[in-house]
Every structure is written in structure tokens, then in C-alpha cells.
Design a protein around this ligand. Structure first.
Ligand code: AMP
Ligand code: FE
Ligand code: FE
Ligand code: ZN
Length: 298
């Protein structure tokens, strides 16, 4: 069974529609697909319809923008929560507001550096995305011919520390872990050592998050070296956290993140679903259906 638990569509910063993502997943030989757009569940229904047609099992998820106490950003995958609980709705609204609110400042800084793009150019690239972000600013730079690819826009201008980087609101991570649990879902830290200094999330910090209710960590990810994967795997096993693997596919938006390039073991998916089912039973939330069509939600 081929299981990829972390992917994006143009509902956030991927480049394909939910329907096309599911078709691409079927073509890539995936049996189970996790849809995890940034900070929104808006793609779930369209993807679910396509998944029924294609015979792909869909795990409804999101990748939530959170932060550690020191302010550093952490992406938190949430699987199978009810996204309509008041706590989740309030946090998601706050996060999505912060995403869009910083675009004028980013554009102004790029203008100062001689790149004549406008807020409208960014909006045009974003289309009707629910989760506006730096990738859409990057797309505007590509469209105007200032850089060749999104990745180059990040490397030269948009990464933290680069001239056009502007921070935004992210939810405190332990609060978000609790909200997802109350919403009947389970959480997994996305690429914990990807693009960060691993010291920002050492084993001790992961243990604390486990104690706060974290369900798993994404071990196999393109941003982790083989050594880091080995070390994260050992930490996950030691902390009794679920281990996942995934592509973090963004369509054409990210090089070297093809669907299925990393996979989750079936036994780990089973553990993940069992944890979600336990949270759903505890919370009484009206959770979405799970990947295998079980009417109890899993
Ligand atoms: P934002 O959510 O607006 O802060 O933008 C973050 C998103 O940009 C992430 O979800 C990635 O998809 C993408 N991203 C972050 N860093 C890079 C990078 N160095 N190169 C390419 N894409 C990146
Ligand atoms: Fe992204
Ligand atoms: Fe991420
Ligand atoms: Zn992602």
C-alpha cells in the first residue's frame, strides 16, 4: 500500500486543483492520499469527490501555521479534525488574516529593490486561494521575469532574513495541538528539522509536545538528510510517536517533491487513525469521514 500524507493544491500554495491532485495521485500509484493545504479545509469536498471516482483513499487534513514560545514557526499537520469547531475557526481566521495582511509590505520592499510588481499582480497569481502567502508573491516575481522559479524567489528575497521577508501571526503550538484534539483530530509535526536548525526542535522539545498531545512526527521528508531521518525515527520510537513520510507535493510549485517520493508505512497510518478515532470519541466532535469509509469516522 502506497501512502503519501502531506500534499497541497491551489486552495493554498500548490499549483493543481484538488481534483487534479487526486488524479495525479492515482497516476502515481498512491492508494492513500493526505490532503493538507495550509490553514484551510476548503479543498476537502472537491478532493473527496475525485477520490471516490479514482478509487483513492483520502485522508482529510491541514497544515497549520504555529509557533514555538520563542516565536519560531512550526508547521503542524492535523488529520481528521472537525474544522468547524469554534476554537479552530477562530484560530484559522486569525492566521488567514495575517497571511494576506502582510502582502502590501512585501510588495513595497520588493519595489524598493527595483522590482515593479503590485499587490494586484500577487492577487492575480493567487487566484481564489484561501491561503495567500509568500509563494504567490514568488509567482508574481516569476511572472514578471525577475526570477526563474519560486525556489529562487525564496532564496533571494522571501526567506527569513532576506529583504522582502515579513512575518505573520501563527498560533501557539501547544494551543493548536489542544484545539485539534478537541476537534477530534490528530497532529503530526511537519518536517520538524526541515529548513530549520534542528536545535529549534530537539528531542526534549518533541517530548514536551508529545506530553501536550502531539500524535506523530514527519520523519521521511525531502528537507531531511538520511542522518536526520535516522535520528528522528529513533526519537519517534522512543517517544511512542507515530512516524510518517510524505512528499509535501506542491504541484509545479516546488522542485523535487513528486507525489510518493516519501511514503508512510501502513502500520503507522493505522496508529495515526487509531489516535484520531480516540480523540474523536473523547471529544464528541462531528469529525469528517476517514480514508476507508468507516461510518464511525475512520
Ligand atoms: P508563507 O506561508 O506565506 O509564510 O509561505 C511559506 C510557504 O512557502 C511554505 O509552505 C512552502 O510551501 C513555501 N516555502 C517556504 N520556504 C521555501 C523555500 N526556501 N523555497 C521554496 N518554497 C518555500
Ligand atoms: Fe507550502
Ligand atoms: Fe510545511
Ligand atoms: Zn506542506
Amino acid at each position: 500500500m502506497r501512502i503519501d500524507l502531506h500534499t497541497h493544491t491551489d486552495v493554498s500554495d500548490g499549483t493543481t486543483s484538488p481534483t487534479q491532485l487526486v488524479r495525479d495521485a492515482a497516476a502515481a500509484g498512491l492508494d492513500v492520499l493526505g490532503l493538507t493545504d495550509h490553514d484551510t479545509a476548503r479543498g476537502w469536498d472537491e478532493a473527496a469527490a475525485a477520490a471516490r471516482e479514482e478509487g483513492v483513499a483520502l485522508v482529510r487534513g491541514m497544515e497549520l501555521s504555529t509557533r514555538l514560545d520563542d516565536g519560531r514557526g512550526v508547521h503542524l499537520l492535523a488529520y481528521l479534525p472537525d474544522p468547524t469547531t469554534p476554537g479552530m475557526v477562530a484560530e484559522l481566521e486569525h492566521v488567514l488574516g495575517g497571511r494576506g495582511g502582510r502582502v502590501p509590505e512585501m510588495v513595497a520592499r520588493l519595489n524598493e529593490h527595483g522590482m515593479a510588481i503590485t499587490v494586484e499582480d500577487v492577487a492575480h497569481q493567487a487566484g481564489d486561494t484561501a491561503a495567500l502567502g509568500r509563494p504567490h508573491v514568488a509567482d508574481a516575481l516569476v511572472a514578471a521575469g525577475y526570477v526563474a522559479h519560486r525556489d529562487d524567489a525564496f532564496a533571494d528575497w522571501l526567506m527569513a532574513g532576506k529583504p522582502a521577508y515579513v512575518g505573520r501571526y501563527a498560533a501557539p503550538i501547544t494551543r493548536m495541538i489542544g484545539l485539534v484534539e478537541e476537534a477530534g483530530g490528530v497532529t503530526v509535526i511537519a518536517h520538524p528539522w526541515g529548513r530549520h536548525d534542528p536545535s529549534s526542535l530537539p528531542a526534549a522539545a518533541l517530548a514536551e509536545l508529545r506530553d501536550a498531545g502531539l500524535g506523530g512526527i514527519e520523519v521521511d521528508h525531502q528537507d531531511h538528510t538520511p542522518d536526520q531521518r535516522r535520528e528522528l525515527r529513533a526519537i519517534a520510537d522512543d517517544l511512542d510517536l507515530v512516524r510518517t513520510g510524505s512528499s509535501d507535493h506542491h504541484g509545479e510549485g516546488k522542485r523535487d517533491h513528486d507525489l510518493g517520493c516519501n511514503l508512510t508505512e501502513p502500520a503507522q497510518l493505522e496508529r495515526l487513525l487509531a489516535r484520531a478515532a480516540a480523540a474523536a470519541a473523547r471529544s464528541g466532535a462531528t469529525v469528517p469521514p476517514g480514508p476507508f469509509g468507516d461510518p464511525s469516522g475512520r
